[in-house]
Design a protein around this ligand. Sequence first.
Ligand SMILES: Cc1ncc(COP(=O)(O)O)c(C=O)c1O
Length: 372
Amino acid sequence: MANYFINTPGNTIRPNRTTAILRESKALEYHKSLSVYQPTPLVSLPALAQKYNVGNIYVKDESHRFGLNAFKGLGASYAIHKILERHPHIATFCTATDGNHGRAVAWACRMAHKKAVVFVPRDTTESRMKAIGNEGARVIKVDANYDETCAYAKAMCRKEGWQLVQDTAWEDYEEIPARIMAGYLTQFQEMEENLHSLPAPGIDIVFLQAGVGSWAGSAIWYYLNRYGNKRPGIVVIEPSEANGILASFKAGKRVNPDCSFETIMAGLNCGIPSLTAWDIIRNGVDVSMSVEDAFAEQAIRELYFPKGNDRRIVAGESGAGGLAGFIALVTTGDARALKEKLDINPTTNILFYNTEGATDEDSFNKIIGARP
Ligand SMILES: Cc1ncc(COP(=O)(O)O)c(C=O)c1O
């Protein structure tokens, strides 16, 4: 069953430090200067669209980003580049992560010839830790959940003199998360070029999966800034056992959700939303919803075993989060109000971002092995 909140967004961008950094972003220019840069593909899935009786389904496939199997390198590389412009002598960067961001920080540090220390929460799998370690970082597991691991990384940075590169903002920590969000903008700018190549370029609804919400916040800022009131409909999806954004919408303020934090969607397994992302999200989201893991598993299988001539897409548990939300929305009877609000019909063009490939191969293989 889908748990959701229908929002009435102001559709405004509030001027503050974060939105100023987003406006100044030169991330696309920076990323294009990297030898590994290539725009990720936008894939059309007509047979899947036909199955769900919508106009078109498009997936921007970030599993091809920088050979990192996830989009996160965009944020970490740009933030570290901006920090080093001003403080070139920093020797060690540090972060807390549930996987992809840590790998991205390690990779960006390797490119910049700097050290990386990455703290991971207690439920991080061996294969995710190995992927981070393979980029040359010191990886340390903390007996704590994601939010507590962030606090631990912050304390260790203070003690050791390391530079924290965290992808979530709190009261006295805004600039670096904003630089990370500014790095993500490359993806949305690329989308504009991708869209011109399509037969029906208009996107009606975008599904964005969220952990702390920095990525969704960056996307929403982009759509508001570029399209204003004519932006596409925006739905934010979270796991039902880590739904800080939905809980915050329901509470009318940013809160820590009361849930188990047990989900296969590791990249989305976060508690309280990022302070600055939350402000953008509440001003630009139409629907916030959370879904059970079973929908993510179904989404992974739908993409891996495509219908008709659709192209196969390898999506990890968090990467498939947007499609998971869509499937929950169109297949569960109790979501009728949502369908009406979003006006999903046979001409609707829908966009998902596959934000990661199979970043945990054991889990992925189990999911696709259970083909119905
Ligand atoms: C694959 C994937 N998708 C989406 C997200 C969500 O990003 P955010 O935490 O900024 O909401 C993450 C975060 O780690 C992720 O790893």
